[in-house]
Design a protein around this ligand. Sequence first.
Ligand SMILES: [Zn+2]
Length: 324
Amino acid sequence: MTNASARPGKIADFHCDVLGKLLYSPELNPLDSSANPADNSLDVTLDRQLAGNYMLQAYAIYLTESKPKTIYPLLRSIDLFREKILSCPEYEMVRSKSDLERAVAQGKIAALLTLEGADGLEGDWALLRNVYELGVRILGLTWNYANWAADGVLEPRQGGLTAKGRELVRISKELGLLLDVSHLTDTAFWELVELTERPLIASHSNARAICPHHRNLTDDQIRALIALDGRIGLTYVPYFVTDRKEAYVKDLLPHIEHICSLGGENHLMLGSDFDGIELHVNGLRHAGEVGNLREMIVSAYGTSFAEKLLNENALRFLSKNLPE
Ligand SMILES: [Zn+2]
């Protein structure tokens, strides 16, 4: 088990879209925010992670809707991850429990590779196995639309998993690939819960009872994730936080409170969606401002709960579910 308690206030973030931006703007520098143009910057950069006291960052491979979603941009994204992020010694790639323990022991930022949308795998199990070999450890089945595996939240027919998607669940279990339900339709969510024998995560979704957005989770969905010992990543997408015009850091509190009231104290973590959003919560514009969230949680609930939400719940999930 990782010794998270020795690193108070450290941040573990289960979702950002830096790789999505790098794919289309490879000139951006994920190590130094001052090197980027102000109008086309990255929310998550090394200097900002250090300022925010980060210990873990999940980097999602995301292929935009505007270009073909094939294996080529997916592989290019993994190369960008290695060349532009992992090449810096402050990071340690995490594919296994022992990688995670080493990253924590050495005080590095654990870098976890995830895939947002199975589209680029093209329904080919050989591609899936290769992508796993390259280090992808968490897979979100869809983005907002339908693909070969399942329907995403904005797909009008609101379907569930395809036959191939069901096989994907089975093969993912064999491989040890973890599954992410953020972006799925409610139908696909429940079919997946029915099929899975492993914990699921919602890497970047809030509570629908607090903010009625289809990307947020219903109370029954939150209970189902908790029952599977899965995780919910509190996200800072302003319109998933509140339906008012402006979102503030304090608007995250009712989501925390609500998910905990359903039994989620040991299942809630962070999933910023930085670099996947054009608008930001006031006071949470980039990784360097996460201290505002930390301060608010500490003053509302005290340090031991804050540690769970900021890092311990995420680390315990990985310690339990990553391969040896
Ligand atoms: Zn997303």
